[in-house]
Every structure is written in structure tokens, then in C-alpha cells.
Design a protein around this ligand. Structure first.
Ligand code: SAH
Length: 270
């Protein structure tokens, strides 16, 4: 193999990186890239990052400097020999609550390292649902600071003081915010210019026009006696588009009456 010893220089202000970087190096070696979309994550488990975000398309984009990831390890702001970050809930009850003073120190540390317009978001089951629309809005901004809870969550005063937006991954309870943060970052980063390349069109996907996506098929043409719908093999682009649209509408009506109603209402006002 005649691999070059030093990697080729890239233009466009991106940093040149060794092609062999292990995932955590992607974050630690990253220089500050002004104007590149940035995710900051305040977490007790910084080793969970980049996690799955360091792989495949999001990992490639991270390596290429199309976005940046920075963890803020909450433990570093903890108090005393044991770096305590939590305490028992006021009023009693099970579990522990993350202390507001410790979290505030982590937030203050993080916020001066990101554009002031970047929202401060706490992943929380009590939050507004994460939607494609929110992902699109956040992708259009400079970045985001995410707070991952653990135990029983955050002291309410820190949420109030910083006007933190709470966002939920869905109506279920996770052990911590890290998986939710990764899901959210993934949903945003894939919308950034250049991340998906030609591999997909985000415009035709589920939710982008308020409908679920049509079914997908690929070769073999017949599998276990089942064939691909003939229209898809017809080469008639108009017919294919019509079929897909009808399928999208049928699926949405059947599976997600809530989305269907909203879609109908929007059509009436358009
Ligand atoms: N006692 C809390 C749940 C704490 S779960 C309650 O009942 O509301 C611990 C942490 O996991 C939370 O602080 C939050 O950061 C994260 N988490 C749990 N479920 C989540 C969800 N559906 N969406 C986003 N984050 C979630």
C-alpha cells in the first residue's frame, strides 16, 4: 500500500485529520471551527460520546469538520473529594437530584464556548416532543447545548434560571439523557449541508411534508414469491410518483391519524 505519510491538505478552512482517528479523537483533536454547527453535551458519561455518532455518515461528517462535538463532563464540576454532583430530593422520595449549583457551573463553562444564539436544551421526558420540524430549526442555527440528566433529573431552579427548553424523545423513561442526546444530534446533523451527500434526499422523507414515507423495495425482483409492485419497475416517473404519494397518504391515514389530521388542516389553509 502506498498510503501517504501525511494526509492531503483540505481547503475550505477544515482541519486536516489523520484518517485513522479513533472516535474519541474526533472530539478531542477538534479545533474550534467558527461557523461550523456545534453540539455541546453536558453529561456524567462523556465516554458515551461520540458513540454511534462517530460511525457511518455522521462520523464521516465529524471527521470532515462539517460539524463539531464537545462534551462537558459534569463530574469535573462536582464538589469535594468524590466530586459529588447530586443530592437527595427535597421533600423526600426515591433517587437523587442533580444539584443546581454544580449544573450551573457546567452550563456557564459551556455557554461561553458556543454562539450565544445556540439554544440550551435539557433532554427530559417532560419536554416538548422531538420532531422533524425542531430538528430542521436547530440545523438552521449555530448549534445546541444539550444537558443529559441522570437519576431523578435536574433541580427545577436551574431550568427556570437559564430558561432551559425541555425536549423529550418520546413517552417513555430512559435511565439518562445520553441516548436521547445522540438521537437528537443525529436527527439534526443529517440535515446539515453535505452530510448525506447524494445518499438520500431529506425532502422526500417521512415527516418532511407531514406524511409518512411510502414503502421501499430493492432487488431481487421476486423474493419468496413476492414481487416488487410493477409500477416501480415500469420506468414511468409520473406513475411512480403518484403511487408513492398515494401510499404515503394511505399509510399516514391508517397509522397516524394525528399526523393525517394536521396534514389535512394545513392543506385547507394553504
Ligand atoms: N424522574 C424523571 C425521569 C428521570 S430519568 C421523570 O419522571 O420525569 C433520567 C434522565 O434521563 C432524565 O433527567 C433525562 O435527561 C433522561 N430521559 C429519560 N427519559 C427521557 C425521554 N423520554 N426523553 C429525553 N430524555 C429522557
Amino acid at each position: 500500500m502506498d498510503e501517504p505519510q501525511s494526509p492531503p491538505q483540505r481547503s475550505h478552512g477544515r482541519k486536516t485529520m489523520r484518517p485513522t482517528l479513533v472516535p474519541r479523537d474526533l472530539m478531542e483533536d477538534a479545533p474550534e471551527l467558527a461557523s461550523v454547527w456545534k453540539a455541546q453535551v453536558i453529561t456524567l458519561l462523556p465516554e458515551a460520546f461520540p458513540g454511534v455518532l462517530g460511525l457511518s455518515l455522521t462520523g464521516r461528517a465529524l471527521k470532515d469538520g462539517l460539524w463539531q462535538l464537545e462534551t462537558v463532563p459534569l463530574r469535573q464540576f462536582g464538589e469535594g473529594k468524590h466530586r459529588n454532583v447530586d443530592d437527595t430530593p427535597a421533600g423526600g422520595g426515591a433517587g437523587m437530584v442533580l444539584r443546581p449549583d454544580i449544573m450551573a457551573d457546567a452550563i456557564d463553562h459551556a455557554r461561553v464556548r458556543i454562539a450565544p444564539m445556540a439554544p440550551l436544551i435539557y433532554l427530559s421526558p417532560r419536554g416538548r416532543p422531538l420532531t422533524q420540524k425542531l430538528a430542521q430549526q436547530l440545523a438552521a442555527g449555530p448549534g445546541v447545548t444539550l444537558i443529559c440528566g441522570r437519576f431523578e433529573g435536574l433541580d427545577q431552579r436551574v431550568i427556570d434560571h437559564y430558561n432551559i427548553i425541555e425536549v423529550s424523545l418520546g413517552d417513555f423513561v430512559l435511565t439518562g439523557g445520553e441516548i436521547a442526546a445522540q438521537a437528537m444530534i443525529d436527527a439534526i446533523v443529517r440535515l446539515l449541508p453535505g452530510v448525506l451527500g447524494n445518499e438520500a434526499s431529506t425532502e422526500e422523507e417521512s415527516f418532511s411534508d407531514g406524511l409518512l414515507e411510502h414503502s421501499q423495495y430493492t432487488r431481487p425482483a421476486i423474493w419468496r414469491g413476492m414481487e416488487i409492485p410493477p409500477v416501480l419497475m415500469s420506468g414511468h416517473h409520473g406513475e411512480i410518483a403518484k403511487w408513492r404519494r398515494a401510499q404515503s397518504e394511505d399509510l399516514t391515514r391508517d397509522r397516524r391519524p394525528d399526523l393525517w389530521e394536521a396534514h389535512q388542516a394545513r392543506r385547507k389553509t394553504d
